[in-house]
Ligand binder design. Sequence first.
Ligand code: SDX
Length: 430
Amino acid sequence: MSSSTSTVTVDNKSVELPVKEGTIGPSVIDISKLYGQTGMFTYDPGFTSTAATESKITYIDGDKGILLYRGYPIDQLAEHGDFLETCYLLLYGELPTAAQKADFDYRVTRHTMVHDQMNRFFTGFRRDAHPMAIMVACVGALSAFYHDSTDISDPHQRMIASMRMIAKMPTLAAMAYKYSIGQPFVYPQNELDYTSNFLRMCFAVPAEDYKVNPVLSRALDRIFILHADHEQNASTSTVRLAGSSGANPFACIAAGIACLWGPAHGGANEAALKMLEEIGTPDRIPEYIAKAKDKNDPFRLMGFGHRVYKNYDPRARIMQKTTHEVLNELGIKDDPLLDVAVELEQIALKDDYFVEKKLYPNIDFYSGITLKAMGFPTSMFTVLFALARTVGWIAQWSEMIEDPSQRIGRPRQLYTGETERDYVTVAQRG
Ligand code: SDX
């Protein structure tokens, strides 16, 4: 990578800071020496102009609506590949050969069971506990079971922990769902592919055979591909920061799940469907568009807008196509929620407020309609997002751990509190 310098002048003193260029995308000014040379910090609370790391995994061009996993466009991966192939690509940087894919699938498949004592873990939860609360707890608790894969300095242990998390997330997610509806847990079946196995663990019951619908399994597998990674989003940055302290990988992924839960992030798919249900019919859309534009109203159109995409989220396009595919397969001719979503999108995209602020549908706008049609309750939508994003979190965490220059993340601040003052006894406080 070629490099030049950038001059920063502070109090008539100029410092030269190195500029680093990537393979594509914006260059960066390396400010790591700024404080030492000027005694000043930079200030960027939402990290809107700050690169926290160098990475080779995922590239997003927000203006052009481009998303690449290790250089491959998301629409090509979604069209031609499967989720475990995408997992291999994100983890190892290249698409697998047939032999590598078979070996990877075999290894993941044979880690899908969880320690049977995990079942007892669930009995401590209320049946109506939010499944994301259960996932945060259970994924963190994996470090209580797998002491042989928590030493992050051992590449073999990092690989085993990674396999275990990719393999066990569907099992734990299905257990969280089954527990919430009072049905018995369903064990994984090794002869099924990853996503078919997950659908069976969610929807099979002991009383009858369950046949996976291949169209739905393919659609969900594609949805997992769309959610697999997304550069340095809030939950990935949480995983990296947690990992920078040397915390074990299970604890780091649990931290990522907790962050993803927020409605501004992965929780938006659940919030978007609830919003569509609240709007109910297309004739009520103008009322909600007005609320979204009203500065004094905290309401936002859920599933709209993005920190990086200032164009259509390429994942949303593929998601919309998948929605129609699933509804057709299920014989759902007119879904009122889809009618509201399509009409809402058309109105918003012509409205000056959304055009000027470059607010487009994001991946969470259509996903809820698809997942609801498949039979998942809204409370499970973000769990499915976490299931798919686990490989992205792990790939990013591994990249950080393997970076020889990696240090603990420790941001500074702009302090605007009280200056030093002496203690006052309670008697003197009036
Ligand atoms: C995900 O980062 C990632 O990559 C995330 C993700 C991933 O794969 O990991 O892509 C997944 O989290 C997708 C985003 C899901 N969230 C939502 O759909 C929630 C609704 N959208 C927003 O709350 C918002 O758009 C964010 C959180 C997504 C982005 O927020 P930003 O970048 O901080 O933008 P902002 O809040 O500063 O908004 C800029 C302006 C503001 O108006 P002004 O103060 O400038 O007048 O746009 C307005 C906002 O009020 N705005 C919206 C809006 N989103 C932004 N107004 C109405 N409805 C919205 N949805």
